[in-house]
Design a protein around this ligand. Structure first.
Ligand SMILES: [Zn+2]
Length: 396
Protein backbone atom coordinates (compact mmCIF):
# COMPACT_ATOMS: atom_id res chain seq x y z
CA UNK A 1 0.00 0.00 0.00
CA UNK A 2 1.06 3.49 -0.62
CA UNK A 3 0.64 6.61 1.48
CA UNK A 4 1.40 10.21 0.70
CA UNK A 5 0.52 13.66 1.84
CA UNK A 6 -2.15 15.36 -0.18
CA UNK A 7 -3.03 19.01 -0.17
CA UNK A 8 -6.72 19.72 0.22
CA UNK A 9 -6.65 23.43 -0.53
CA UNK A 10 -9.77 24.17 -2.53
CA UNK A 11 -10.39 27.60 -3.92
CA UNK A 12 -13.74 29.25 -4.30
CA UNK A 13 -12.59 32.27 -6.29
CA UNK A 14 -9.20 31.43 -7.74
CA UNK A 15 -10.39 32.33 -11.23
CA UNK A 16 -10.08 35.96 -10.24
CA UNK A 17 -6.30 35.46 -10.12
CA UNK A 18 -6.03 33.83 -13.51
CA UNK A 19 -6.62 35.14 -16.95
CA UNK A 20 -6.44 32.19 -19.27
CA UNK A 21 -7.92 32.11 -22.75
CA UNK A 22 -9.13 28.54 -22.47
CA UNK A 23 -10.37 28.27 -26.05
CA UNK A 24 -7.00 29.17 -27.49
CA UNK A 25 -5.21 26.40 -25.58
CA UNK A 26 -4.50 23.40 -27.82
CA UNK A 27 -6.52 20.57 -26.30
CA UNK A 28 -7.13 16.84 -26.66
CA UNK A 29 -10.62 15.34 -26.43
CA UNK A 30 -10.64 11.63 -25.67
CA UNK A 31 -14.18 11.06 -24.42
CA UNK A 32 -16.75 12.77 -26.60
CA UNK A 33 -19.91 10.99 -27.84
CA UNK A 34 -21.04 11.67 -31.42
CA UNK A 35 -24.71 11.36 -30.45
CA UNK A 36 -24.15 13.67 -27.48
CA UNK A 37 -22.64 16.59 -29.35
CA UNK A 38 -25.12 17.67 -32.05
CA UNK A 39 -26.04 21.28 -32.68
CA UNK A 40 -29.70 21.92 -31.74
CA UNK A 41 -30.40 23.58 -35.11
CA UNK A 42 -29.04 20.51 -36.89
CA UNK A 43 -31.26 18.19 -34.84
CA UNK A 44 -34.29 20.25 -35.85
CA UNK A 45 -33.43 20.15 -39.56
CA UNK A 46 -32.60 16.45 -39.56
CA UNK A 47 -35.77 15.64 -37.61
CA UNK A 48 -37.84 17.49 -40.21
CA UNK A 49 -36.18 15.44 -42.98
CA UNK A 50 -37.28 12.14 -41.45
CA UNK A 51 -40.50 13.26 -39.76
CA UNK A 52 -39.23 12.74 -36.22
CA UNK A 53 -41.12 14.64 -33.53
CA UNK A 54 -39.02 16.69 -31.07
CA UNK A 55 -39.88 18.29 -27.73
CA UNK A 56 -39.36 21.67 -29.43
CA UNK A 57 -38.51 22.96 -32.89
CA UNK A 58 -36.98 26.16 -31.56
CA UNK A 59 -33.16 25.78 -31.29
CA UNK A 60 -32.89 27.75 -28.05
CA UNK A 61 -35.79 25.95 -26.39
CA UNK A 62 -34.52 22.57 -27.62
CA UNK A 63 -31.03 23.30 -26.30
CA UNK A 64 -32.61 24.19 -22.96
CA UNK A 65 -34.68 21.00 -22.99
CA UNK A 66 -31.56 18.87 -23.45
CA UNK A 67 -29.78 20.56 -20.56
CA UNK A 68 -32.76 20.37 -18.23
CA UNK A 69 -33.31 16.71 -19.01
CA UNK A 70 -29.65 15.94 -18.33
CA UNK A 71 -29.79 17.92 -15.11
CA UNK A 72 -33.10 16.49 -13.90
CA UNK A 73 -31.58 13.70 -11.85
CA UNK A 74 -33.91 11.31 -13.68
CA UNK A 75 -32.13 8.61 -15.65
CA UNK A 76 -35.25 8.11 -17.77
CA UNK A 77 -35.22 11.74 -18.86
CA UNK A 78 -31.47 11.66 -19.41
CA UNK A 79 -31.75 8.63 -21.69
CA UNK A 80 -34.68 10.18 -23.56
CA UNK A 81 -32.31 12.86 -24.86
CA UNK A 82 -30.35 10.21 -26.77
CA UNK A 83 -33.52 8.78 -28.29
CA UNK A 84 -33.92 12.05 -30.14
CA UNK A 85 -30.33 12.48 -31.28
CA UNK A 86 -29.99 8.86 -32.36
CA UNK A 87 -33.36 9.01 -34.16
CA UNK A 88 -32.13 11.75 -36.48
CA UNK A 89 -28.81 9.99 -37.20
CA UNK A 90 -30.07 7.07 -39.29
CA UNK A 91 -29.03 8.00 -42.81
CA UNK A 92 -25.68 8.44 -44.53
CA UNK A 93 -26.40 12.12 -45.07
CA UNK A 94 -27.28 12.73 -41.42
CA UNK A 95 -24.25 10.83 -40.10
CA UNK A 96 -22.01 12.71 -42.52
CA UNK A 97 -23.35 16.08 -41.44
CA UNK A 98 -23.24 15.38 -37.71
CA UNK A 99 -19.68 14.05 -37.97
CA UNK A 100 -18.52 17.01 -40.04
CA UNK A 101 -20.02 19.54 -37.64
CA UNK A 102 -18.59 17.62 -34.72
CA UNK A 103 -15.07 18.22 -36.05
CA UNK A 104 -15.80 21.88 -36.78
CA UNK A 105 -17.11 22.41 -33.25
CA UNK A 106 -14.07 20.74 -31.70
CA UNK A 107 -11.74 22.89 -33.77
CA UNK A 108 -13.68 26.03 -32.78
CA UNK A 109 -13.03 25.08 -29.19
CA UNK A 110 -9.29 24.68 -29.72
CA UNK A 111 -9.18 20.88 -29.84
CA UNK A 112 -6.26 19.68 -31.96
CA UNK A 113 -6.77 15.94 -31.50
CA UNK A 114 -10.09 14.25 -30.84
CA UNK A 115 -11.48 10.75 -30.57
CA UNK A 116 -15.19 10.51 -31.25
CA UNK A 117 -17.07 7.51 -29.93
CA UNK A 118 -20.40 6.17 -31.10
CA UNK A 119 -22.26 2.88 -31.46
CA UNK A 120 -22.90 1.98 -35.12
CA UNK A 121 -25.42 -0.69 -34.05
CA UNK A 122 -27.78 2.11 -32.98
CA UNK A 123 -27.88 3.64 -36.46
CA UNK A 124 -29.36 0.87 -38.58
CA UNK A 125 -33.09 1.55 -38.29
CA UNK A 126 -33.39 3.03 -41.80
CA UNK A 127 -31.50 0.30 -43.57
CA UNK A 128 -27.83 1.21 -43.24
CA UNK A 129 -25.36 -1.61 -42.71
CA UNK A 130 -22.77 -1.33 -39.94
CA UNK A 131 -20.03 -0.71 -42.50
CA UNK A 132 -22.03 1.92 -44.34
CA UNK A 133 -22.64 3.76 -41.07
CA UNK A 134 -18.94 3.75 -40.16
CA UNK A 135 -18.02 4.91 -43.67
CA UNK A 136 -20.56 7.74 -43.55
CA UNK A 137 -19.19 8.99 -40.24
CA UNK A 138 -15.63 8.71 -41.53
CA UNK A 139 -16.52 10.69 -44.65
CA UNK A 140 -18.03 13.38 -42.42
CA UNK A 141 -14.99 13.46 -40.16
CA UNK A 142 -12.68 13.72 -43.18
CA UNK A 143 -14.77 16.56 -44.61
CA UNK A 144 -14.69 18.32 -41.25
CA UNK A 145 -10.93 17.98 -40.96
CA UNK A 146 -10.54 19.32 -44.50
CA UNK A 147 -12.88 22.29 -43.86
CA UNK A 148 -11.07 23.16 -40.64
CA UNK A 149 -7.62 22.80 -42.23
CA UNK A 150 -8.71 25.28 -44.90
CA UNK A 151 -9.12 27.86 -42.14
CA UNK A 152 -5.57 27.24 -40.94
CA UNK A 153 -6.38 25.15 -37.86
CA UNK A 154 -4.99 21.64 -37.93
CA UNK A 155 -7.04 18.93 -36.24
CA UNK A 156 -6.86 15.15 -36.27
CA UNK A 157 -9.85 12.98 -35.36
CA UNK A 158 -10.28 9.22 -34.93
CA UNK A 159 -13.29 6.98 -34.36
CA UNK A 160 -13.83 4.85 -31.29
CA UNK A 161 -16.24 2.12 -32.34
CA UNK A 162 -18.58 1.39 -29.46
CA UNK A 163 -20.64 -1.69 -28.66
CA UNK A 164 -23.69 -1.31 -26.40
CA UNK A 165 -23.33 -3.24 -23.17
CA UNK A 166 -26.94 -4.40 -22.94
CA UNK A 167 -26.87 -5.81 -26.47
CA UNK A 168 -25.07 -8.92 -27.64
CA UNK A 169 -23.16 -7.69 -30.65
CA UNK A 170 -19.73 -7.35 -29.04
CA UNK A 171 -17.90 -9.73 -31.38
CA UNK A 172 -19.61 -8.34 -34.46
CA UNK A 173 -18.72 -4.77 -33.47
CA UNK A 174 -15.15 -5.75 -32.63
CA UNK A 175 -14.80 -7.22 -36.12
CA UNK A 176 -16.36 -4.07 -37.58
CA UNK A 177 -13.78 -1.94 -35.77
CA UNK A 178 -10.94 -4.07 -37.11
CA UNK A 179 -12.27 -3.84 -40.65
CA UNK A 180 -12.01 -0.06 -40.35
CA UNK A 181 -8.64 0.19 -38.63
CA UNK A 182 -6.20 2.21 -40.72
CA UNK A 183 -9.31 3.81 -42.24
CA UNK A 184 -10.26 5.97 -39.28
CA UNK A 185 -11.14 3.56 -36.47
CA UNK A 186 -8.53 3.92 -33.72
CA UNK A 187 -10.13 2.07 -30.82
CA UNK A 188 -13.02 0.12 -29.33
CA UNK A 189 -15.29 0.97 -26.40
CA UNK A 190 -18.35 -0.37 -24.63
CA UNK A 191 -21.04 2.02 -23.39
CA UNK A 192 -24.51 2.02 -21.88
CA UNK A 193 -25.64 0.51 -18.60
CA UNK A 194 -22.45 -0.26 -16.66
CA UNK A 195 -24.13 -1.75 -13.62
CA UNK A 196 -25.28 -5.28 -14.43
CA UNK A 197 -23.54 -5.45 -17.82
CA UNK A 198 -19.87 -6.06 -16.99
CA UNK A 199 -17.05 -6.20 -19.56
CA UNK A 200 -16.78 -9.96 -18.93
CA UNK A 201 -19.96 -10.36 -21.05
CA UNK A 202 -17.78 -9.43 -24.03
CA UNK A 203 -14.72 -11.35 -22.92
CA UNK A 204 -14.31 -13.18 -26.22
CA UNK A 205 -14.58 -9.97 -28.21
CA UNK A 206 -11.93 -8.33 -26.03
CA UNK A 207 -9.67 -11.36 -26.46
CA UNK A 208 -10.16 -11.14 -30.20
CA UNK A 209 -9.23 -7.44 -30.16
CA UNK A 210 -6.16 -8.12 -28.02
CA UNK A 211 -5.06 -10.86 -30.40
CA UNK A 212 -5.22 -8.25 -33.15
CA UNK A 213 -3.48 -5.53 -31.11
CA UNK A 214 -6.45 -3.16 -31.27
CA UNK A 215 -6.73 -0.53 -28.50
CA UNK A 216 -9.63 -0.60 -26.05
CA UNK A 217 -11.10 1.94 -23.68
CA UNK A 218 -14.03 0.97 -21.47
CA UNK A 219 -16.62 3.00 -19.58
CA UNK A 220 -15.91 1.89 -16.01
CA UNK A 221 -16.03 3.42 -12.57
CA UNK A 222 -18.93 5.69 -13.55
CA UNK A 223 -22.18 3.91 -12.64
CA UNK A 224 -20.40 1.06 -10.88
CA UNK A 225 -17.41 0.86 -8.58
CA UNK A 226 -14.01 -0.76 -8.20
CA UNK A 227 -15.14 -4.26 -9.28
CA UNK A 228 -16.25 -2.84 -12.61
CA UNK A 229 -12.85 -1.20 -13.07
CA UNK A 230 -11.09 -4.47 -12.32
CA UNK A 231 -13.28 -6.26 -14.88
CA UNK A 232 -12.52 -3.57 -17.48
CA UNK A 233 -8.80 -4.09 -16.89
CA UNK A 234 -8.88 -7.89 -16.71
CA UNK A 235 -11.69 -9.03 -19.07
CA UNK A 236 -11.48 -5.94 -21.25
CA UNK A 237 -7.73 -5.34 -21.22
CA UNK A 238 -8.67 -1.65 -21.25
CA UNK A 239 -5.79 0.71 -21.96
CA UNK A 240 -7.87 3.63 -20.64
CA UNK A 241 -10.88 3.95 -18.36
CA UNK A 242 -13.97 5.88 -19.46
CA UNK A 243 -14.40 8.24 -16.50
CA UNK A 244 -12.90 5.82 -13.96
CA UNK A 245 -13.66 8.33 -11.20
CA UNK A 246 -14.90 5.70 -8.77
CA UNK A 247 -11.34 4.38 -8.51
CA UNK A 248 -11.30 6.95 -5.70
CA UNK A 249 -13.43 4.51 -3.68
CA UNK A 250 -10.20 2.53 -3.35
CA UNK A 251 -8.36 5.52 -1.91
CA UNK A 252 -8.47 6.38 1.77
CA UNK A 253 -8.02 9.99 2.78
CA UNK A 254 -7.30 10.73 6.44
CA UNK A 255 -7.23 14.34 7.49
CA UNK A 256 -4.48 15.31 9.87
CA UNK A 257 -5.77 16.36 13.28
CA UNK A 258 -5.92 20.12 13.92
CA UNK A 259 -2.54 21.56 14.88
CA UNK A 260 -0.72 18.68 13.21
CA UNK A 261 1.18 18.48 9.94
CA UNK A 262 1.01 22.08 8.90
CA UNK A 263 -1.97 23.34 10.78
CA UNK A 264 -5.72 23.17 10.71
CA UNK A 265 -7.68 22.02 7.75
CA UNK A 266 -8.36 25.02 5.56
CA UNK A 267 -11.80 26.31 4.89
CA UNK A 268 -12.98 26.42 1.27
CA UNK A 269 -12.67 30.19 1.43
CA UNK A 270 -8.89 30.06 1.61
CA UNK A 271 -7.88 30.34 -2.05
CA UNK A 272 -4.85 28.48 -3.26
CA UNK A 273 -3.65 27.81 0.24
CA UNK A 274 -2.40 24.34 -0.64
CA UNK A 275 -2.76 23.56 3.02
CA UNK A 276 -4.96 21.18 4.94
CA UNK A 277 -2.68 18.20 4.49
CA UNK A 278 -4.14 14.74 4.51
CA UNK A 279 -2.71 11.24 4.40
CA UNK A 280 -3.71 9.34 1.30
CA UNK A 281 -3.58 5.55 1.14
CA UNK A 282 -4.13 3.71 -2.13
CA UNK A 283 -5.74 0.30 -2.16
CA UNK A 284 -4.44 -2.46 -4.42
CA UNK A 285 -6.58 -1.55 -7.43
CA UNK A 286 -6.02 2.19 -7.18
CA UNK A 287 -2.28 1.60 -6.85
CA UNK A 288 -2.33 -0.60 -9.95
CA UNK A 289 -4.19 2.02 -12.01
CA UNK A 290 -1.95 4.83 -10.78
CA UNK A 291 1.34 2.94 -10.96
CA UNK A 292 0.65 1.54 -14.43
CA UNK A 293 -0.30 5.03 -15.63
CA UNK A 294 -3.73 3.93 -16.89
CA UNK A 295 -5.40 7.13 -18.10
CA UNK A 296 -8.74 8.21 -16.67
CA UNK A 297 -11.16 9.96 -19.03
CA UNK A 298 -12.79 12.18 -16.40
CA UNK A 299 -15.74 14.35 -17.47
CA UNK A 300 -16.43 16.73 -14.57
CA UNK A 301 -19.89 18.11 -15.40
CA UNK A 302 -21.21 14.84 -16.76
CA UNK A 303 -19.85 12.91 -13.77
CA UNK A 304 -21.83 15.20 -11.52
CA UNK A 305 -25.02 14.85 -13.57
CA UNK A 306 -24.91 11.06 -13.81
CA UNK A 307 -24.18 10.67 -10.11
CA UNK A 308 -20.74 9.12 -10.70
CA UNK A 309 -19.24 11.40 -8.07
CA UNK A 310 -22.14 11.13 -5.60
CA UNK A 311 -20.22 8.64 -3.40
CA UNK A 312 -17.75 11.46 -2.67
CA UNK A 313 -20.25 14.18 -1.78
CA UNK A 314 -22.32 16.79 -3.56
CA UNK A 315 -20.99 19.50 -5.83
CA UNK A 316 -18.06 19.79 -8.20
CA UNK A 317 -15.70 20.55 -5.29
CA UNK A 318 -16.16 16.95 -4.18
CA UNK A 319 -15.23 15.52 -7.59
CA UNK A 320 -12.20 13.28 -6.92
CA UNK A 321 -10.41 14.76 -9.95
CA UNK A 322 -8.04 16.80 -7.80
CA UNK A 323 -7.33 13.95 -5.39
CA UNK A 324 -6.49 11.76 -8.37
CA UNK A 325 -4.38 14.45 -10.01
CA UNK A 326 -2.42 15.24 -6.89
CA UNK A 327 -1.72 11.60 -6.15
CA UNK A 328 -0.26 11.03 -9.59
CA UNK A 329 -3.05 9.44 -11.63
CA UNK A 330 -3.07 10.15 -15.37
CA UNK A 331 -6.22 12.26 -15.29
CA UNK A 332 -7.60 13.85 -18.46
CA UNK A 333 -10.42 16.39 -18.93
CA UNK A 334 -13.32 15.48 -21.19
CA UNK A 335 -16.84 16.53 -22.08
CA UNK A 336 -18.70 13.20 -22.49
CA UNK A 337 -21.82 14.81 -24.03
CA UNK A 338 -21.47 18.47 -24.96
CA UNK A 339 -25.12 18.95 -25.87
CA UNK A 340 -26.62 17.31 -22.79
CA UNK A 341 -24.22 18.93 -20.35
CA UNK A 342 -24.22 22.24 -22.21
CA UNK A 343 -20.43 22.45 -22.08
CA UNK A 344 -17.37 22.66 -24.26
CA UNK A 345 -13.97 21.26 -23.35
CA UNK A 346 -12.82 24.83 -22.65
CA UNK A 347 -15.71 25.19 -20.19
CA UNK A 348 -14.57 22.08 -18.36
CA UNK A 349 -11.01 23.41 -18.15
CA UNK A 350 -12.32 26.67 -16.74
CA UNK A 351 -14.52 24.86 -14.24
CA UNK A 352 -11.57 22.91 -12.83
CA UNK A 353 -9.41 26.04 -12.67
CA UNK A 354 -12.14 27.79 -10.67
CA UNK A 355 -12.70 24.92 -8.29
CA UNK A 356 -9.20 23.52 -7.82
CA UNK A 357 -7.09 26.61 -8.42
CA UNK A 358 -5.13 25.07 -11.29
CA UNK A 359 -2.63 27.17 -13.19
CA UNK A 360 -1.38 26.85 -16.74
CA UNK A 361 1.30 24.33 -15.75
CA UNK A 362 -1.39 22.06 -14.27
CA UNK A 363 -3.51 22.37 -17.42
CA UNK A 364 -0.50 21.58 -19.59
CA UNK A 365 0.31 18.48 -17.55
CA UNK A 366 -3.29 17.27 -17.74
CA UNK A 367 -3.49 17.99 -21.47
CA UNK A 368 -0.25 16.09 -22.07
CA UNK A 369 -1.72 13.16 -20.12
CA UNK A 370 -4.43 13.09 -22.78
CA UNK A 371 -2.00 13.48 -25.68
CA UNK A 372 0.11 10.60 -24.37
CA UNK A 373 -3.04 8.49 -23.93
CA UNK A 374 -4.24 9.03 -27.50
CA UNK A 375 -4.71 5.89 -29.57
CA UNK A 376 -1.95 6.97 -31.94
CA UNK A 377 1.48 5.57 -32.80
CA UNK A 378 4.28 6.76 -30.52
CA UNK A 379 5.80 9.15 -33.06
CA UNK A 380 2.46 10.90 -33.55
CA UNK A 381 1.89 11.17 -29.81
CA UNK A 382 5.34 12.69 -29.41
CA UNK A 383 4.60 15.19 -32.14
CA UNK A 384 1.28 16.01 -30.46
CA UNK A 385 3.01 16.52 -27.11
CA UNK A 386 5.50 18.88 -28.73
CA UNK A 387 2.78 20.80 -30.56
CA UNK A 388 0.71 21.25 -27.39
CA UNK A 389 3.71 22.22 -25.27
CA UNK A 390 4.59 24.92 -27.78
CA UNK A 391 0.99 26.03 -27.94
CA UNK A 392 0.83 26.55 -24.19
CA UNK A 393 3.82 28.89 -24.20
CA UNK A 394 2.90 32.40 -23.16
CA UNK A 395 -0.85 31.78 -22.94
CA UNK A 396 -1.45 32.97 -19.38
ZN1 LIG B 1 -19.26 8.32 -22.07
Amino acid sequence: MYSAEFSTGVSADAAADVDIDFRSLPKVSLHDHLDGGLRPATIIELAADVGHELPSTDPVALDQWFRESADSGSLVRYLETFEHTVAVMQTKEALFRVAKEFVEDLADDGVVYGEVRWAPEQHLSRGLTLDEAVEAVQAGLDAGVEAVAATGRPIQVGQLITAMRHADRGQEIAELALRHRDKGAVGFDIAGAEDGFPPSRFKDAFTYLAEHQFPVTIHAGEAAGVDSIVDALVSGRALRLGHGVRIAEDIQVDFAPAGDAGGEQQSPEAPGSGEGLAMVTLGRVAAWVRDRGIPLECSPSSNLQTGATAPFGEGIENHPFDLLYQTGFKVTINVDNRLMSGVTLSDEYELLVEVFDYDLDDLLEITLNAAEAAFLPLEEREALVEYITEGFQGRA
